[in-house]
Write a protein that binds this ligand. Structure first.
Ligand code: TRP
Length: 461
């Protein structure tokens, strides 16, 4: 396994763009509002923000660090670093779990990205004009009710992803991301403005930021209330999901980082951009949810039912709507490529496959797995195809986001701060200030926090 062919970003800025492109995606605009709605608002948002700051940011720094020091696919990186640190080769499990999580996530991500895709022609052709609560719901229902339509867009999105990945990292989407991010932020601000003017803005803000722990963490039947830890686990899982953490995506991007680069400041920039975009999406969507009498807990369709109503009635909505779904598609695209990269990097190293072949194998498998996500919205939507009250689609999301990613993050923290020597991090991060704080977070707070939330969720603590 030679490392000479290992690709590199041309500049440090290219790394930030790629990492931000990976982080900002459907997680921010589709998933954040919909799970916030399902888990009841403010208290959930607060826990999510705390998870980002106290667990996500330190773990992200560790993951980039491991990648940059290992310089190979996550599986080989972990094997080599473990060897160098005289630790067990079992740490490779981080890489393997990451590959599995990547398949699971891509197999539903691609279907949802397909929804964004499908809404582009709808918006351009004026089919969103004048939509109201009922007709917008019907339009979304028509899309998800048709397995062939869903399969078509899922296939197209997967092909787009395969195209970029097989061209290689440096020719990828970074140039597009540079234009995309500001445009997406601009458009979200416009939507927030619209929500201010014609939505129930204060009610939306109240929902997002008014912290009411009892409403989120207690379920009551009559007078007896019991604590539920599930929102904690989902908030933690989403912190990992939205930052693309815990599966080796950021690790493999870190491995393409040029020698001296600033891990801490890059991490902060990506985390802040990612969080701001999610909060803007929430502030655009919830006022409209309340103004149109929709339910916040409507599930995965929330954004796709709510925003078209706004586009259908705002000035130049046909233009802004089309633009929005194009931008959402590109955001999803630049995220999806990072889900494929760890497995592709491993196949090219381990079996000397060329990138094209490796990419086709990985995206092909995820595509097949994605057919199950397609069917979850129609033929397999009934209770006989559900496990623990979740469809196949929900189940893959739950398993990957709320279990595999936090577990990957836990192991990354443990390896960095317990298995490897402190000097490894000190030299790698080369921080002038703040090392002690980071070390405390990665050594104690992050692993304990993740472990406690896990134990809570399975009812042990
Ligand atoms: N972060 C992306 C989003 O918010 C999704 C994503 C891309 C991801 N790569 C990942 C999630 C790796 C977990 C792990 O849409």
């Amino acid at each position: 396994m030679s490392t000479t062919t290992h690709p590199q970003w041309t500049t440090r800025f290219a790394f930030i763009l790629a990492a931000a492109g990976s982080a900002v995606g459907l997680g921010n605009i589709w998933k954040f509002p919909y799970i916030t709605g399902e888990y009841g608002g403010g208290a959930f948002v607060l826990v999510y923000l705390a998870c980002i700051a106290l667990i996500g940011v330190p773990v992200m720094m560790a993951e980039i660090l491991l990648g940059r020091q290992g310089r190979q696919s996550p599986i080989h990186t972990m094997r080599n670093l473990a060897q160098a640190q005289h630790a067990s080769s079992g740490w490779q499990i981080i890489g393997w779990m990451g590959v599995v999580a990547g398949f699971l996530i891509l197999s539903f991500y691609s279907v949802v990205a397909g929804w964004a895709f499908a809404y582009i022609p709808e918006a351009i052709s004026g089919n969103l004009n004048g939509l109201d609560k009922t007709t917008s719901g019907a339009l979304f229902g028509e899309l998800t009710g048709s397995p062939t339509t869903l399969l078509f867009w899922h296939t197209l999105f997967m092909l787009l992803t395969a195209l970029v990945v097989s061209l290689g990292v440096q020719n990828g989407l970074e140039r597009l991301v540079k234009i995309l991010m500001p445009a997406l932020v601009g458009l979200l601000i416009l939507l927030v403005g619209y929500a201010m003017a014609s939505g129930k803005f204060l009610q939306g803000l109240d929902y997002l930021f008014n912290v009411n722990f009892s409403a989120v963490f207690y379920t009551c039947q009559g007078a007896s209330c019991t604590f539920t830890a599930e929102p904690l686990l989902v908030a933690l899982g989403h912190a990992f999901f939205t930052l693309s953490l815990g599966m080796g995506a950021i690790m493999v991007y870190g491995s393409y980082m040029p020698g001296k680069a600033f891990i801490a400041s890059s991490t902060l920039m990506v985390a802040i951009a990612d969080t701001v975009i999610a909060l803007l999406a929430g502030m655009a969507i919830f006022p409209l949810v309340f103004a149109n009498d929709l339910t916040p807990g409507a599930g995965p369709g929330l954004v796709f039912v709510t925003l078209p109503i706004a586009f259908g009635s705002m000035p130049a909505g046909q233009f802004f709507g089309s633009l929005f779904f194009v931008l959402l598609l590109i955001a999803a695209w630049s995220s999806a490529i990072s889900l494929v990269e760890p497995a592709v990097a491993w196949l090219t190293e381990r079996w000397q496959w060329c990138r094209v072949r490796a990419t086709l194998a990985v995206t092909g498998l995820a595509w097949i797995l994605g057919i199950g996500s397609v069917l979850s919205f129609n033929y397999w939507s009934g209770p006989e195809y559900q496990w623990f009250g979740k469809t196949f689609f929900d189940l893959k999301d739950y398993l990957a986001s709320n279990i595999l990613l936090p577990l990957g993050g836990l192991l990354i923290a443990l390896f960095t701060a317990w298995a490897a020597q402190r000097r490894f991090s000190e030299q790698g991060l080369a921080l002038s200030r703040g090392f002690a704080l980071w070390w405390w977070l990665i050594r104690y707070l992050a692993p304990l926090g993740i472990a406690l939330i896990f134990l809570h969720a399975i009812g042990l603590v």
